[in-house]
Design a protein around this ligand. Structure first.
Ligand SMILES: C[S@@+](CC[C@H](N)C(=O)[O-])C[C@H]1O[C@@H](n2cnc3c(N)ncnc32)[C@H](O)[C@@H]1O
Length: 210
């Protein structure tokens, strides 16, 4: 896909090798999110992942579904992901370089849409949730894990904004968990699982399209 390179594209391309090598910060929480997700997955499902990064989660879910279509704006992330898929011997994942905001597919195409550590990085997270609803079949699942920095100390939010100003950080939106839940329900979902482990600012949601 032809895409203009923005600061964010370059940021994610630059950090892709480091992102890949850095260990998952809380493996037990990550495993629990996989487990909660896989409770809802079935072998006939066609799933879409926004902002798949280096493909680790797509690879873990692929054996439980029919197909995973995994998107990311960073070609470097996708190149690493493709290498991982080859090593894992999985053959039901398709990667595509795409911005979540621009991705287009027929309405009602997917059984599940995943957005993990992703919505807070978008200019318009609410639009991405509405897009996910449109792409899902009735009863389809929207599964997200989202850092909600709006609930954090305002000095921390200032730090994020300054980092963005001097272009060392990518775009990071700082909304509250309550705002996120409202966007999900307003878009036409019923929240089935709402998990905020410990003091983490990340909210894990599994929601069903009404
Ligand atoms: C924090 S990483 C999370 C990756 C993966 N979902 C995970 O949980 O490990 C965020 C990913 O979103 C991608 N990304 C950022 N903005 C994007 C956008 N507008 N459209 C698609 N992908 C985007 C980045 O390239 C990066 O791979």
């Amino acid at each position: 896909m032809d895409m203009t390179m923005t600061h964010d594209h370059r940021f994610w391309d630059r950090i892709a090798p480091r992102y890949f090598k850095s260990p998952i910060s809380k493996p037990d929480i990550y495993e629990e999110k996989l487990r909660r997700t896989q409770q809802y997955l079935t072998q006939d499902m066609d799933i879409l992942e926004f902002g798949c990064g280096t493909g680790g989660t797509a690879i873990r879910h692929a054996p439980h579904v029919s197909h995973v279509h995994a998107l990311d704006i960073s070609q470097n992330m996708l190149d690493i992901a493709a290498g991982q898929v080859a090593n894992a011997g999985v053959d039901n994942i398709t990667f595509e370089r795409a911005d979540t905001a621009d991705f287009d597919a027929p309405e009602g195409r997917y059984d599940a849409v995943l957005a993990l550590s992703h919505l807070h990085l978008l200019k318009d997270p609410a639009a991405a949730i509405v897009k996910a609803r449109g792409l899902l079949k009735p009863g389809g699942l929207f599964i997200s894990s989202t850092v909600c920095l709006g609930d954090k100390w305002s000095g921390f939010r200032l730090f994020i904004a300054l980092g963005r100003l001097i272009l060392v950080f990518p775009l990071v939106r700082t909304f509250k968990a309550e705002w996120l839940r409202k966007q999900v329900t307003d878009a036409g979902f019923e929240i089935l699982d709402d998990w905020q482990p410990g003091k983490s600012p990340a909210v894990f949601l599994i929601a069903r399209a009404r």
